[in-house]
Design a protein around this ligand. Structure first.
Ligand code: NAP
Length: 260
């Protein structure tokens, strides 16, 4: 494959699996992190030790100046961007002091979840289009957004004890789906494809932290294939959508859900 790829939230979980797979496929990988420098640096070292090219870049993707600086660092250290994965996200930002059902949610939490799961993808996609667009001197590229099956269900029905703000999470991811569709149309004649994957339950720290005892067993009962997914299974779908094998695919929302 080759090219220059930035993965937001590449330090852990699904993002780290995408970085590993992309490096094996020949991309130079920029691994974005916010609060996990050790994990990001260790992943960059692991990739370089295997003969790949990777750098770790700190940026809070909810902060526009951080995003602008991060893309400039990619320009300087790896060259012109050809691929972007908007992966940073989650349902616990900022952590709720009292509970996370909408009725309990202060503005900072509602805005925070939208900023992390939607606004950040808009900031990053804008910077990516500036570099990829054939109308702006680029050679084209591909963007993949990591959405969620919550986008089409509003949020999971399995908990009512208020650990997460899943209503706003589902709303933000639905916004990400609309961003995918709208931007794909805007840049289709500029050599840029824009797609999304929508995972259901994937075994990562985010779930381990939130779910409590028996979480994966409970989730597995909701998944026709009878098990949660692995980060590498999401990464494979993302890498396909980034690749030339998907050269006529844009505006696709690909469910990676075990049938849920
Ligand atoms: P995770 O294990 O919690 O990892 C989250 C990643 O996002 C970390 O690398 C984290 O980096 C980064 N991040 C968080 N806030 C950030 C910020 N402000 N700026 C930059 N990076 C930030 O999550 P995951 O389960 O792999 O989820 C990855 C994506 O898949 C998310 O968009 C999530 O909504 C989506 N998803 C996950 C599942 C699932 O079941 N796991 C299902 C559907 C969709 P630091 O640690 O460095 O802060």
């Amino acid at each position: 494959m080759g090219g220059v790829l930035l993965v937001t939230g590449g330090s852990r979980g699904i993002g780290a699996a995408i970085c590993r797979g992309a490096a094996e496929a020949g991309y130079a990988v920029a691994i974005n992190y916010n609060s996990s420098p050790d994990a990001a640096e260790a992943l960059a070292k692991e990739i370089v030790a295997k003969g790949g090219k990777a750098i770790a870049l700190k940026a809070d993707v909810t902060q526009e100046p951080d995003v602008v600086r991060m893309f400039e660092e990619v320009d300087q250290k790896l060259g012109r961007l050809t691929a972007l994965v908007n992966n940073a996200g989650g349902s616990r930002f900022p952590a709720a002091p009292t509970g996370n059902q909408l009725v309990d949610s202060p503005m900072i939490q509602i805005d925070g979840i939208i900023a992390l799961n939607l606004t950040s993808a808009a900031y990053c996609s804008r910077e990516a289009v500036k570099r990829m667009s054939t109308g702006l001197g680029g050679t084209g590229g591909a963007i993949v957004n990591v959405s969620s099956d919550c986008a089409r269900r509003g949020g999971p029905p399995y908990r009512k004890d208020g650990v997460k703000n899943l209503v706003m999470y589902g709303a933000a991811k639905a916004g990400m789906d609309a961003l995918t569709l709208g931007l794909s149309t805007e840049v289709a004649d500029q050599g840029i494809r824009v797609n999304a994957v929508r995972p259901a339950t994937i075994v990562t720290e985010a779930h381990a932290a939130d779910g409590g005892a028996g979480h994966y067993e409970r989730m597995a009962r909701l998944i026709p294939m009878g098990r949660p997914g692995q980060p590498s299974e999401v990464a494979e779908a993302v890498l396909f959508l980034l690749s030339d094998k998907a050269s006529f695919i844009t505006a696709a929302l690909v469910d990676v859900t075990g049938g849920r």
